[in-house]
Design a protein around this ligand. Structure first.
Ligand code: G3D
Ligand code: MG
Length: 200
């Protein structure tokens, strides 16, 4: 899945382990953003309340078999009145996690609009996006291909690397795999930017 950037050989092993990546978690209210964050933080289910402002946590995640990476997550409230804030949280971010509720068919169009809006901002050009198709445990959840279509992923800018990951945040299924993909995309982008700089 994705635009192909995530299919190249990972270079994780050659990088120092003290790196910290700035990641913003976005998505409509009730998609499961805070559940994702606290499932990663405590590795257990935490009862959430609607996020009024934002939650922020630095979390060490072991990727692959041994590499530990620190992510600094910003979980920004998804209610309509809070969405204008998304722009300032994504300034200089390394990656975006966009959480969608796989059973909320009525609001998929709204999720699509917000996803395309935030990725089209000039500062976010080329910033990798992990789209989390959450709540896959529910019987009536949409399939990945249906979500890909409804979010119009084919219309995503070709400069934006992305990966669509099925998850169940309440038990943590798929979260680590998604983060590994996001990390790979971030590393590849950094390498590409460094090469472009050298050529200049
Ligand atoms: P938000 O931060 O995006 O607004 P929350 O969303 O993390 O607060 O989650 C909203 C509701 O969705 C919560 O239920 C939460 O338990 C539930 N949820 C989150 N992830 C999953 C999942 O993978 N599967 C299922 N079945 N539910 C999930 P409540 O009942 O507290 O509103
Ligand atoms: Mg929340």
């Amino acid at each position: 899945m994705g635009n192909g950037l995530s299919d190249q050989t990972p270079i994780l092993s050659s990088l120092p382990s003290f790196q910290c990546f700035h990641i913003v978690i976005l998505g409509l209210d009730s998609a499961g953003k805070t559940t994702v964050l606290y499932r990663l933080q405590f590795n257990e289910f935490v009862n959430t309340v609607p996020t009024k402002g934002f939650n922020t946590e630095k979390i060490k995640v072991t990727l692959g078999s041994s590499k530990t990476v620190t992510f600094h997550f910003w979980d920004v409230g998804g209610q309509e009145k809070l969405r204008p804030l998304w722009k300032s949280y994504t300034r200089c971010t390394d990656g975006i996690v966009f959480v969608v509720d796989s059973v909320d068919i009525e609001r998929m169009e709204e999720a699509k609009t917000e996803l395309h809006k935030i990725t089209r901002i000039s500062e976010n050009q080329g910033v990798p996006v992990l789209i989390v198709a959450n709540k896959q445990d529910l019987r009536n959840s949409l399939s990945l291909s249906e979500i890909e279509k409804m979010l119009a992923m084919s219309e995503m800018s070709s400069s934006t690397p992305w990966h669509l990951q099925p998850t169940c945040a309440i038990i943590g299924d798929g979260l680590k795999e998604g983060l590994e993909k996001l990390h790979d995309m971030i590393i590849k982008r950094r390498k590409m930017l460094r090469q472009q700089k050298k050529k200049r």
